[in-house]
Structures are given as structure tokens and as C-alpha cells.
Design a binder for this molecule. Structure first.
Ligand SMILES: *Cc1c(COP(=O)(O)O)cnc(C)c1O
Length: 232
């Protein structure tokens, strides 16, 4: 198995090729390294290879690593499902939250974001595949939720996030729908700059449809254990 540095370079190359294939400007897509289940040492190696932004799903695990890595200038994104009882710790410890899918969570994050920190950067999660089991705001409710987030203090609405169900159809279709929603919000006056879409297996399809941030885990760090090491 290649090392983290090599795989990181491979992923960056995939992103550059996908940008070019889509006639999009070079470096218009940011890479978020999803380090869930991997230890602080793996993050140090990725940082040494020029990676600064990391995504985590499991709060307790993330807080431990954040302490172990306090000497590094990293940007932390919370990308896991967000329940009310976790909002305070997330508001205190993270720079970005990608999983905001209801107003109640946004209100709590706004109340709990410490005043001394910069605004918490928010992506509203959209349930683009329509699965009842998946988290995310229904597409039809997204405009109202974005308007609510934009009104709240200490939050800054940056864009949308989605995790399409891997399905039988065109892999680009859900990303296309997400991008259309993103553009309609921009037309409504939201200054959005982040479309958080695409992972190890589908980043090319997401970039072809306008993603500006891909969240990549296994292609950088290797395969994860099937079950998370701790409950989310
Ligand atoms: C785990 C995870 C990723 C990364 O998935 P890979 O397939 O390992 O690239 C991206 N986004 C979210 C929300 C995740 O939970």
C-alpha cells in the first residue's frame, strides 16, 4: 500500500484532471481530507504533505485528535450527523460544520459559538437522493433553512453539502440537482462559495457538476474498519 504522501498526491492529481476535463479553472476545487478513524499521526503526515483542512465525523475522537495536534495550524470540519447534545462541543472546537439540516441545530450552534471565535462556517446538508433514512434537509425546504441560517449571528452560510446514495443511475445526476439548487440560492441573493460534494469514489462526477470542495477519506488514508471505532 502506498503511503499517505503518495496517495494525497494521487488524489490531488485526480482533482486537477477532473477540473480540466470539466473546463473549470485549475485549483477551483478544495480538498478536505476526511481523517475519521485514523490517528493523529496520519494527520501529521498529511499535514507535512501540505494538507491543512481535515474532516471528522465522530465528536469524541475528533476532540482527542484536536488536542494532540494543537501545535499545528489546521482547519477542522465537522461532517458527521449532528444531534442537539453535540452542538456545544462542535461550536467550540470546529471551524466548519457541513451537516446542518434543520433550524433547531443552527439556532443552537449560533447560541453556542463562542463570541471570541470567528463565525462558524456552515454548509446546509441536502437530502438529494430522497432516502428517508438519510439525514439532510429536503430540497424543497432548503431555501427556507438557508435563509434562517443566514439570519443567525455567529454563523456564516457558505453553501450546500450532500452525500448521494450510490445508485444504479447516472452518477452525475444527484450532483447536477444539487448544483441547480445551489445556483438558485445564489440567484436569491445568498453569497455562497462552497458546494461540498464528492468523495473517494465519485469525486470526478461531483467536480464535473460544479463541486468546489471534495471530502476524501479512504483514497488518502486507506480503507477504514467497517464499523466506526466508537459510536458516532
Ligand atoms: C466518511 C465520509 C467521507 C469520506 O468518504 P471516503 O469514501 O472515504 O472518501 C466524506 N463525507 C462524509 C460525510 C463522510 O462521512
Amino acid at each position: 500500500m502506498a503511503d499517505i504522501q503518495t496517495r494525497l498526491a494521487d488524489v490531488r492529481q485526480r482533482i486537477r484532471i477532473a477540473e480540466k476535463a470539466a473546463d473549470r479553472p485549475a485549483q477551483c476545487v478544495r480538498l478536505l481530507a476526511v481523517s475519521k478513524t485514523f490517528d493523529a499521526q496520519a494527520i501529521r503526515l498529511a499535514h507535512a504533505a501540505g494538507q491543512h483542512e481535515f474532516g471528522e465525523n465522530y465528536l469524541q475522537e475528533a476532540l482527542t485528535k484536536r488536542e494532540q495536534l494543537a501545535d499545528l495550524p489546521l482547519v477542522w470540519h465537522f461532517i458527521g450527523p449532528l444531534q442537539s447534545n453535540k452542538t456545544r462541543a462542535v461550536a467550540e472546537a470546529f471551524d466548519w460544520v457541513h451537516g446542518v439540516d434543520r433550524e433547531k441545530i443552527a439556532v443552537r450552534l449560533a447560541e453556542q459559538r463562542p463570541a471570541g471565535l470567528p463565525p462558524l462556517q456552515i454548509c446546509v446538508q441536502v437530502n438529494i437522493s430522497g432516502e428517508a433514512s438519510k439525514s439532510g434537509c429536503a430540497p424543497a425546504d432548503t431555501a427556507a433553512l438557508c435563509a434562517a441560517v443566514a439570519r443567525l449571528p455567529r454563523l456564516r452560510l457558505r453553501g450546500l453539502m450532500a452525500i448521494p446514495e450510490p445508485g444504479a443511475g447516472d452518477p452525475r445526476a444527484p450532483f447536477h440537482a444539487l448544483h441547480a439548487l445551489y445556483e438558485s440560492l445564489q440567484r436569491q441573493g445568498h453569497a455562497l462559495d462552497t458546494l461540498s460534494a464528492g468523495m473517494s469514489d465519485d469525486l470526478e462526477a461531483a467536480i464535473a457538476e460544479g463541486s468546489t470542495l471534495v471530502r476524501v477519506g479512504s483514497a488518502i488514508f486507506g480503507s477504514r474498519p467497517r464499523k466506526p471505532v466508537q459510536a458516532p
